[in-house]
Structure formats: structure tokens, C-alpha cells
Design a binder for this molecule. Structure first.
Ligand code: XCC
Ligand code: SF4
Length: 646
């Protein structure tokens, strides 16, 4: 395709709601019900007054949701259907599928989709390392050589040669994991022996990354298996291929290429946008693109171009997980989480929204067309009608990033002054808690953290992770649960959009220790850290796996024996289902705030919330009320402590 064709943009329309029908009081009430953050509220109100459609309006229009679909008893899997089931065990799909099969099959499909998304992202990161080592990705380099060598050791690669050679060998070994015939994944060996044995015996030790996803796709075809339990076990195995495979590779090699996160200060919320600078938001997931944007924006030639149009500079801001990647490594300010993606545009000061893939609303170009913003898509697997398409790959990344920035700069004079609203006061946050930086902060070992847990100063640890979902007031679940947990002396670690929720609310400031119980408070005060630790993006949930695995090894127990748990109070994405499943598979029970589409099969619900505990010593809870969920998590932690004799 020629450059000209690439640049051609399909025109899309500004989608409007008939807000004229709403009184200001009604709008105020809706704003209050839709989001928790002060700056999001301000911009949402303005957006509603302007009558521009957002995700919440579309959600309203979709109500009431179909009962068949929301409980998982509808099937689109073949051309004899579609089929939907209600009315007991005698009712079957055309092929004969019952509710258990339909639900479990749909759920396996869902988990495999999430595992595929993370793993495909991970693969692109490793491919970048490979290209770099072969001299085909000139703008990239090794930032954390120590980590490269450590990983090479883990993969039994000779580290006595040149760095590029080590990098090439490691990249090839990791790419091999996607289709390995060794029968298991290298990084699964990070788990303590007892945990590994459970995986081996229960049949969830993943054989290779791609294989588990392909086999899942095979199994959901009509007329393969018919026992719902097999589907759920395969779902666990596919998720483990993500957690101990695709995502873990993504995290580790991103660190090698761009640096392992260290503790730093940054700012968050919509107030990070700047009136006098060219604002560019980086949205999506893969740091392979966004890191080059950061590099390009720092070039004097780009800064000069910005000055030439009357701007004071270029202001890069993050969104969603791409934002988390930049936040933890570069301290780039974060404009918001999932449900803020439209609001960043509707501030009227965003020159360009640059996206790669995942969690990007297909209507962003429509939203942008109501203002002067340009949406720029960059991945051949994620072209979006109405966006400008500038393909970025490891070989051309810096040049293309410069072209993208130039487009943004040239768009600076096109703002409509009457449509501008930048809320004041960004919130400060302390971020960058990788396993490595936590270890450094503790003086070189995780032992002090384990000792604090054993002594009961910290009762345990909960990973509060995942998305926003318009079914829940934005950030309400994350904030309520996190505040309740730290009050009970439970250390909270976070990734993804959940972490941005807490950062916006000031819970990632060391001063938030005042909201914690006395034990956790004293620990935070002596170390100068917040009671809520930012551990990165969603692929970085593998940092939490690595942390729990290392703590378990230190304590000489299995992962499931530690007083830890996970929670996803506002999840929406299939990726979150994969994450939840690999946590449970790894022995860490998980509380979900949104019911997965499984209620049409009470047996599936029972297996996931009770049955699997007998195999993995972990299970799911589903509890929409974050206070009740916190009570469940805290009881669970106390029970684990008791079992350890603490
Ligand atoms: Fe997407 Fe990763 Fe969910 Fe946020 S937390 S809505 S998956 S951006 Ni990952
Ligand atoms: Fe209907 Fe069975 Fe086809 Fe699904 S697989 S659409 S239940 S016939």
C-alpha cells in the first residue's frame, strides 16, 4: 500500500446525544453516578452539556441487556444456530448442547481471547529485541543489561559472549516458547516446587503458548468435547500460558529494552494536559511504540517545530496500560484510565491520540471529529476507520514517530477556544514498584517484607487490578476496596486501570499511609512509601506472580499458602478473565466485582467458586459490593495466616 493510501482517512461523524432533553440537575446527577474522579466529573459535565456521546450513553442505550447473553446461554458457534437456552436441562441447542456446555465453552473462548491478546503483545516485544540484536531496529537498544544476563541464565544461554549475541539467543529462545515442543514453559519453573507439582498433576501446566490458545479454539468447535469441566480446566491452562508465558515474556523483555521500573514521582488525572503545549496522548498497550514517541518528542528538531507553531513544547500524556508502561519507566504523566479515554479528547486541547491496540473504543475518531483532535492508528492489526494510519514497526519506529508528532504539532493552531476545559491540579503519585525496585528499597532482599507479613505488621497482600466498566461508577470499586484493605493493614499492589484509579485519588502518595491501619502505616512511614504500590500495566500482573513466587520460596511454602489474594472490582476485558484465571491457577484466590457470563450454568458457577479449590487451593468469589468483597478477602487472609500458624 502506498503512503498516499495510508494517509487517506475515511470521514466519520460526531455522535451526539439529545442532551437538550436533560436539565442541568439531571446532568449533574448523571455525572455523579458515572464517575468518582473530580477532574473526570468536570470534563464529563462539559461533554454532556455539549451533547457529545460517551461510553456511558451507549451503555444506557444497550439496556436492558439480553438475559440469554448475559448469563452465557446463547451460542453463535455454528451455522445450525444461533441457539439460546432457558427452561431447564431438557432444552438443548440444535446440536444438543446443554447449558453447562454452552456456558463453559463460551467461557473458554473468552479466556483464550484474553490470553491471545497479552501473548501477541508479548511476542511483538520479543520480536523487537530480536530485530534490535540483528541490527534491524536501529532506534532500540538494551537498557537493562543486568536483567538481560539474568534472563539468559534462566534460559541456560551462554553469557560470556557479546551482548547482541546474548540478546539474539534469548529472543530466539523466548520466541520458541510460543510453539515449544519441550512440553512446558521455562518460566513456570519460577514457581516453588509444590506449586509446580499441582500444575503438573492437575493438567494445567501449559505446553506452549500458542498451542494452548489454538487447542482452546479447536475445543470450542461444535462437537469436540461435551463435558463442561474439561473446558474450564483448559481455560485455566490457556491462562497459565499467558501468565507464565506470553505476559511474563512481555514484562521481562520490555524491562530489558526500556529499563526496569524504579521508584519515581509523577502526576495523574485530566489536569496533566497543558494549555500552552502540543498535547499528545499515548493509548493502548505496547511500549514498543510509545517509547519511540517519547524519544522523538525529546529531539530538538521536534521541540523547535512545536515552538514554530506557537506552542511552548510537547506534552506527552498516557492512557490505560501504555500510560502505565510510560509512567513506571519514564514518569510520563497519566491522563486517566479506561473510561477517561474519550474525556481526554473532549477537553478540547488534545492535538493527537496515538493508539496501538486493545481497549481502544472504535468510536474514538467520532469523538475526535467533534473537536480538532486527530486519532492516529499505528498497527496493521488494528486499523480504525476515521483514524490516520501511520504504520510503526521496529525498523521505522523513530521516523514514523516523528511524522506522527509533526501531524500533532501542525494541528495545534486548530483548537476551538470555546470548547476548551482543562481541570486544574493534577494529583501527585509515587510509582515504579517492580520486584527489583521493591527489593532495592528493602535493602537488597525481599526477606524484610516476608518478615513483616510473618510478624503480622502487614497482615497480607492483595492485588487490586483490572479495568473500569460502565456497569460500575468509575473507580468506585477500586477506591472503596483499596481503602478498606489498607485500613486492615493489608498491603495493596496494583496494575492496570485500577492503579490509575487509586493514583488519581491520592492513594499512591506516601502521605496516604495516614489512611492505613497502624501496622501498615508504620511500615510505610519508615520506608517513605505509599500503602498502595503501582506495579505496572496489565501484562505486569506477572510482576505480582514473580513477587508471590519469590516470597513463597523464601518462606519455604507453596504460593497458595501465603496470606495473599487478588481482586478485579471493575473488570470488563477478556484479558482480565485470563489474569484472574492464572492467579487462581497459581494458588491465589480472586474476588470479581462483575459477574462473568456464566450464571446460565449453576454447575459452572459452583465449579469456579467452590469445586476448583480442591485442586488449586484457590477459587473465585463474585461479589459486586466492594465492602463485602473486602471482608471476604480479609477473612481469607486471616485463614491463611492461621493455617501457617501465625
Ligand atoms: Fe484495558 Fe490495559 Fe482493562 Fe485498562 S485494565 S481497561 S484491559 S487498559 Ni489492563
Ligand atoms: Fe447451536 Fe450447537 Fe451450533 Fe452452538 S454449536 S450454534 S448450540 S447448534
Amino acid at each position: 500500500m502506498t503512503q498516499q493510501e495510508n494517509i487517506e482517512v475515511i470521514s466519520v461523524e460526531c455522535l451526539r446525544v439529545r442532551s437538550k432533553d436533560q436539565t442541568t440537575e439531571q446532568i449533574d446527577q448523571k455525572v455523579e453516578d458515572r464517575t468518582s474522579d473530580r477532574t473526570s466529573k468536570a470534563v464529563l459535565k462539559k461533554t454532556m452539556l455539549e451533547g457529545v456521546e460517551t461510553v456511558w450513553d451507549r451503555f444506557e442505550k444497550q439496556q436492558p441487556a439480553c438475559r440469554y447473553c448475559s448469563t452465557g446461554v446463547s451460542c453463535q458457534r455454528c451455522a445450525m444456530g444461533p441457539c439460546r437456552l432457558m427452561g431447564g436441562d431438557r432444552v438443548r441447542g440444535v446440536c444438543g448442547a446443554d447449558a453447562d456446555l454452552m456456558v463453559a465453552r463460551n467461557f473458554l473462548d473468552f479466556i483464550a481471547m484474553g490470553a491471545a491478546s497479552h501473548s501477541d503483545h508479548g511476542r511483538e516485544v520479543v520480536e523487537t529485541l530480536l530485530k534490535m540484536s540483528q541490527g534491524q531496529a536501529p532506534a532500540y537498544s538494551i537498557t537493562d543489561e543486568k536483567k538481560l544476563r539474568r534472563l539468559a541464565d534462566e534460559y541456560s544461554i551462554d553469557t560470556s559472549t557479546k551482548v547482541d549475541v546474548i540478546a539474539e539467543k534469548l529472543a530466539l529462545a523466548m520466541l520458541d516458547e510460543f510453539g515449544t515442543t519441550k512440553g512446558e514453559l521455562q518460566m513456570a519453573k519460577r514457581a516453588p516446587q509444590g506449586t509446580y507439582d499441582i500444575w503438573k498433576n492437575s493438567g494445567i501446566l501449559p505446553r506452549s503458548i500458542d498451542r494452548e490458545i489454538v487447542e482452546s479454539m479447536h475445543r470450542v468447535h461444535m462437537g469436540v468435547g461435551a463435558d463442561y469441566r474439561d473446558f474450564l480446566v483448559q481455560g485455566m491452562r490457556a491462562s497459565m500460558a499467558d501468565g507464565w508465558g506470553g505476559s511474563m515474556i512481555g514484562t521481562e523483555i520490555s524491562d530489558v529494552l526500556f529499563g526496569t521500573p524504579s521508584i519515581k514521582k509523577t502526576r495523574v488525572n485530566l489536569g496533566v494536559l497543558k494549555k500552552e503545549e502540543v498535547n499528545v496522548s499515548l493509548h493502548g498497550h505496547n511500549p514498543v511504540l510509545s517509547e519511540m514517541m517519547v524519544k522523538a518528542a525529546a529531539l530538538p528538531e521536534m521541540q523547535n517545530k512545536a515552538k514554530a507553531v506557537g506552542a511552548k513544547g510537547i506534552n506527552l500524556v498516557g492512557l490505560c496500560c501504555t500510560g502505565n508502561e510510560l509512567l513506571q519507566r519514564r514518569g510520563i504523566p497519566q491522563a486517566g484510565n479506561h473510561l477517561d479515554q474519550e474525556l481526554v479528547i473532549t477537553t478540547g486541547v488534545l492535538e493527537a491520540m496515538v493508539v496501538d491496540y486493545q481497549c481502544i473504543f472504535p468510536t474514538l475518531p467520532n469523538t475526535a471529529s467533534c473537536y480538532h483532535t486527530k486519532v492516529i492508528s499505528t498497527s496493521p492489526k488494528a486499523r480504525i476507520p476515521g483514524s490516520f494510519y501511520i504504520e510503526v514497526n521496529p525498523t521505522n519506529a523513530l521516523e514514523q514517530s516523528k511524522q506522527i508528532l509533526t501531524m500533532a504539532i501542525e494541528n495545534f493552531p486548530n483548537r476551538a477556544p470555546e470548547k476548551i476545559l482543562i481541570p486544574d491540579m493534577p494529583m501527585e503519585a509515587m510509582v515504579g514498584f517492580s520486584v527489583e525496585s521493591i527489593r532495592d528499597a528493602l535493602g537488597g532482599s525481599l526477606k524484610p517484607l516476608l518478615d513483616l507479613i510473618l510478624a503480622g505488621k502487614i497482615r497480607g497482600c492483595v492485588g487490586v487490578v483490572g479495568c473500569n466498566n460502565p456497569k460500575i461508577k468509575q473507580d468506585y470499586g477500586h477506591l472503596t476496596m483499596t481503602r478498606e484493605l489498607i485500613k486492615r493493614d493489608i498491603l495493596v499492589v496494583q496494575t492496570g486501570c485500577a492503579s490509575i484509579a487509586c493514583a488519581k485519588a491520592g492513594l499512591m502518595l506516601p502521605s496516604a499511609a495516614s489512611e492505613a491501619g497502624s501496622g501498615l502505616k508504620s511500615v510505610c512511614e519508615s520506608l517513605g512509601i505509599p500503602p498502595v504500590l503501582h506495579m505496572g500495566s496489565c501484562v505486569d500482573n506477572t510482576r505480582i506472580l514473580t513477587l508471590v513466587a519469590e516470597l513463597a520460596r523464601l518462606a519455604g511454602v507453596r504460593m497458595d499458602q501465603l496470606p495473599v489474594a487478588g481482586a478485579a472490582p471493575e473488570w470488563y476485558s477478556p484479558k482480565a478473565a485470563a489474569i484472574g484465571s492464572y492467579f487462581v491457577g497459581s494458588g491465589v484466590s480472586v474476588a470479581l466485582g462483575v459477574m462473568p457470563k456464566i450464571e446460565g450454568s449453576p454447575r459452572t458457577v459452583k465449579m469456579l467458586t467452590e469445586g476448583i479449590e480442591g485442586v488449586f487451593n484457590a477459587k473465585f468469589w463474585v461479589e459486586p459490593d466492594p465492602r463485602k468483597a473486602t471482608a471476604i478477602l480479609s477473612d481469607h487472609i486471616e485463614m491463611k495466616r492461621k493455617a501457617l500458624g501465625l
